[in-house]
Design a protein around this ligand. Structure first.
Ligand code: HEM
Length: 260
């Protein structure tokens, strides 16, 4: 068979996967499915790009890492923008098929959890949302033990002359990123001495602001759609989601801004 647009993109498979659970079908359930599927595709791309960023940091490849941060911050803006579409669905419309979702929830998104762990927001207890033994469980578990992008960022700083404190170099990889004064001093020094690295720091800050914006927009969308009802995934819902608001991926980049 010759290569065509359709078979290259495997459209037969992709476009046959939007199957609503409501019966008779609720109009908005199609939007609900498509938007989540699209997010999962973007999550797949983000994992792909951040794996590259981790390698580029370790290799001290400044221009590659800059180019890829530019891409990821733009994807982040797209992720935020797409929430506008879902907000055209009213709470009444969502209620009409919500009970069909049973315990299914974004909570169980393995790729999102991989993404959080890869970025250094490690919450080992969230592994429990995955089915033990499944490939998804294994993927999230692998990310939990792997160095995060922030660990690779420390390597990049070392390439650029920074001394990385022993407690960061040998830290338990399963724990989340914590800010550190020595990293902040190294960042400040580079902001002042290496203008190209300063551009990278700004791109990283753009991405970081973008991912925080996504959390904020998601929680507001959840609040306007289900109020204070608990989540289908079993959490308290809005109250749970609020705990991650303003969590920075690169806290040291934020800690020094008043000194710039
Ligand atoms: C009407 C639309 C939506 C509602 C009402 C909603 C609701 C919720 C709630 C209540 C939670 C907390 C966990 C739970 O107990 O279920 C949650 C988590 C989550 N949702 Fe949504 N959500 C919606 C749309 C989306 C979309 C479009 C995405 C994109 C993939 C998404 C991704 C996530 C993720 C990744 C989490 C886990 C967040 C974390 O653990 O910090 N949600 N959602």
């Amino acid at each position: 068979m010759s290569l065509t647009y359709s078979n290259y993109l495997k459209l037969d498979q992709i476009l046959s996967q939007q199957q609503v659970k409501s019966d008779p079908p609720e109009h908005d359930e199609t939007l609900f499915i498509i938007i989540h599927q699209v997010y999962e595709l973007w999550f797949k791309l983000l994992l792909h790009e951040f794996d590259k960023i981790a390698r580029n940091f370790a290799d001290n490849d400044l221009f590659e890492v800059m180019a890829t941060f530019k891409r990821t911050r733009t994807v982040m803006k797209t992720l935020v923008g797409q929430l506008d579409i879902l907000e055209t669905m009213t709470p009444m419309s969502f209620s009409s098929f919500r009970d069909r979702l049973a315990a299914a929830s974004g909570f169980q998104s393995a790729q999102f959890r991989e993404f959080e762990f890869l970025l250094g927001y490690k919450r080992a207890e969230r592994l429990a949302d995955q089915e033990p033994g499944s490939p998804q469980y294994q993927a999230v578990e692998r990310r939990l033990h792997e160095p995060s992008v922030v660990d690779r960022f420390y390597e990049f700083l070392a390439h650029r002359g920074a001394t990385i404190p022993e407690e960061l170099g040998s830290r338990d990889r399963k724990l989340p990123t914590t800010p550190h004064p020595a990293i902040q001093e190294a960042i400040l020094h580079l902001y002042r001495s290496e203008p190209q690295v300063a551009i990278l720091f700004e791109l990283m800050t753009d991405f970081d602001e973008g991912q925080q914006e996504w959390r904020y927009r998601h929680v507001k969308m959840v609040e306007r759609t289900i109020g204070n009802k608990p989540g289908t995934g079993g959490s308290s819902g809005v109250a749970f989601l609020k705990q991650s608001l303003f969590k920075a991926v690169f806290p040291d980049l934020w800690a020094i801004r008043h000194r710039l």
